[in-house]
Design a protein around this ligand. Sequence first.
Ligand code: AMP
Length: 226
Amino acid sequence: MDIILLGPPGAGKGTQAQRLVDRRGMVQLSTGDMLRAAVRAGTPVGRAAKAIMDAGELVSDDVIAGLIGEALDAIEPGMGVIFDGYPRTEPQAASLDDLLAVRGRTLDAVIELEVDETALVDRISGRFSCATCGEGYHDRFKLPEVAGTCDVCGSTEFKRRPDDTADTVRHRLAVYREQTAPILPGYEARSLVHRVDGMAEIDKVEASIGRVLDGPSASVAAGQRR
Ligand code: AMP
């Protein structure tokens, strides 16, 4: 089963994708994570992408298609994929159909995490993570139990994304509205879209997504509107 997790920055796509990886053995393909890895590794793609990402703009569709194509080729047959933060433009959505079709894969669902945009700036601009294991924290909502020490691995090193400042978050939200939200009607026309309340508790969001994935009768309960 291949699915898209769609929603503005801070909607919880990464958190929910990680749960699906842990509980269902799916593979998470996050273009944001791939680009950040390329930046850290200093590859040509990473060097070109860094300033674009820091400004909250979108990296070119061609670069993204290349990353996704390579990642899909590396996946073992039979593994379901969660596309996280991709596609983000109409050309990317069209290209995803092609990338899947040539590999004999099909898109099964688009899960839109619905969120209150005003809460997102607070959610994102306070977030940070363990530099060692990646566990996520937040200045107001989830501090480590022992100040300065990761609850999971005990590391004392933490990091913040350079594009998680309030101004850049506002710009990323505008980019989402202008360039990413327009991909939804195409998926609605194919009856692929399921809407989930992304403002609910993390476990409840996970349960709603689970109902969508587990069957048509369950997906009605999960809030599918069309
Ligand atoms: P994310 O981690 O998904 O919030 O992505 C962080 C940044 O990486 C975005 O603000 C973009 O600059 C870039 N990025 C990630 N995914 C894409 C994509 N599918 N298309 C274009 N740019 C992307």
